[in-house]
Design a protein around this ligand. Structure first.
Ligand code: EPZ
Length: 419
């Protein structure tokens, strides 16, 4: 298994190009299943989760190829209706296959994804919504088996929580349902708007994406599309935090600043100098930063996917702060690892109390999940001495060319192969 080795305590300086969004690219790839026509998706990051999705599409019967940052899907005729455990267990977002396949085949069998390091992550909101749309659902042998012999029928669906995945899954199904579907308390994340853009390019009628109410009028058929995926706001936030934690100066290119508003506002409040121009953000450390509390929330609130990285920064600022996680129930696995660098933290229910320390010293640490891994990279970049990060396959799921990008910014970082 590969490891990342960092020799830290160097301010990072320079320019970094942010990749396309993983969490937008995944549902958009699945959207290509809604048509038999070919499609082209641009600005797709080269990541393990995208590879998994490409394999998945090919397995289902849609020839799909990634060449650089473009993904091509080809003419298709027949799809299989089974999403096996071996594919679903690799990536929870695989459950997004439900929407397109139930819409097109009127049946789908998907292995239940199970929990993961950051929580139980059930799919009840997805399944309740499909039931409302007219699907019959049973769970057998670890699989959700769903049929809709008469096709799906549009209806009002009121989510108990604004789930990103459930909103996407319902959109992917309702575009081909009979009649109108209203998603009430829909997720408002930029990735939802990006998916709606794609569906509308395909000939769907989706209105209200980016608000709490999405209205979808079903159509008979959808066509192929060409689309460029939005920039990855979580990768961008991670690099902004890298300039803060290493006391450096980093310019981000290919970003959408409004998508990062909550993170930018908190960083500015902390004292980081940040300027925005078009699709660039320039961040510069000019003075000691102040600790700032955060509490994660659905968009446009502070993203749960930046909570771990924020925590790493707070651990190094003089004074006390509190970080609260409200989206997932168990997203604090990085805390014990940060303590290995010297962090002074205590978990109290869904919050972490932090008392800043003067410096981190490098340590061997282990990644538990993607964003926890990003927090450990940031900690390693700030720490004096050598940090060895293992289980970095989690990082490969979500950060394109991580070592290359950090190296270009002046970091002493390398990947080593180990048995
Ligand atoms: C998406 O996951 C992202 N993944 C996650 O990014 C992100 O953390 C999350 O949204 C929240 O922003 C992708 O887009 C591929 P949810 P998703 O459904 O769709 C509970 C990363 O690091 N819930 O909004 O799975 C759930 O357990 C990843 O890039 C139910 O209870 O998130 C969680 O506590 C990690 N029942 C909360 O809702 C359901 O049926 C939010 O989940 C569905 C969700």
């Amino acid at each position: 298994m590969d490891k990342i080795i960092i020799k830290g305590a160097k301010p990072l300086r320079g320019t970094v190009k942010i990749s396309g969004s993983k969490n937008s690219g995944l549902p958009i790839l699945f959207a290509a299943l809604l048509t038999d026509e070919p499609s082209i998706i641009e600005n797709v990051p080269r990541l393990a989760d995208i590879n998994t999705t490409v394999s998945f599409m090919n397995f289902i019967g849609k020839k799909t190829v990634q060449k650089g940052s473009k993904v091509f899907t080809y003419q298709s005729k027949h799809y299989g209706h089974v999403a096996p455990y071996d594919l679903v267990r690799k990536m929870r977002a695989s459950v997004l296959i439900m929407g397109p396949l139930i819409a097109r085949l009127k049946r789908v069998d998907v292995s239940l994804p199970g929990g993961c390091a950051i929580g139980a992550r059930p799919v009840d909101i997805h399944l309740d919504a499909f039931k409302k749309l007219g699907a019959q659902i049973s769970v057998e042998g670890g699989y959700v088996k769903m049929t809709a012999p008469g096709g799906l029928k549009g209806t009002d669906i009121n989510f108990r929580f604004a789930s990103v995945g459930a909103t996407e899954n319902v959109m992917l199904a309702a575009v081909l349902a009979k009649g109108t579907t209203k998603i009430i308390n829909a997720a408002k994340e930029p990735e939802i708007e990006d998916l709606a853009d794609v569906l509308n390019k395909m000939g769907a009628d989706v209105k209200g994406a980016g608000t709490k109410l999405i209205v979808i009028k079903g159509v008979e058929k959808l066509k192929g599309f060409k689309h460029s995926v939005i920039p990855d706001r979580i990768e961008a936030a991670t690099y902004l935090l890298a300039s803060a934690i290493t006391k450096g100066e980093i310019t981000l290119q290919n970003v959408c600043p409004p998508h990062l508003r909550a993170v930018i506002d908190k960083l500015k409040k902390s004292g980081l100098s940040i300027g925005e121009r078009g699709n660039e953000i320039a961040a510069k450390w000019t003075k000691e930063l102040k600790p700032i509390n955060i509490s994660t929330a659905v968009y446009p609130g502070f993203p749960t996917d930046v909570q771990a990285q924020w925590t790493a920064l707070m651990c190094l600022l003089k004074g006390k702060s509190k970080v609260c996680e409200n989206v997932f129930e168990n997203r604090f696995l990085h805390i014990a690892e940060l303590q290995r660098f010297g962090a002074n933290t205590a978990i109290d229910g869904k919050c972490v109390n932090i008392d800043g320390v003067k410096e981190f010293s490098g340590a061997p640490v282990m990644v538990s999940d993607l964003r926890a891994g990003a927090a450990l990279v940031l900690a390693g970049l700030a720490a004096k001495g050598k940090t060895v990060i293992s289980r970095i396959y989690h990082l490969d799921r979500g950060y394109e060319m991580l070592e290359k990008k950090f190296k270009k910014l002046g970091a002493d970082i390398r990947r080593v192969k180990s048995a």
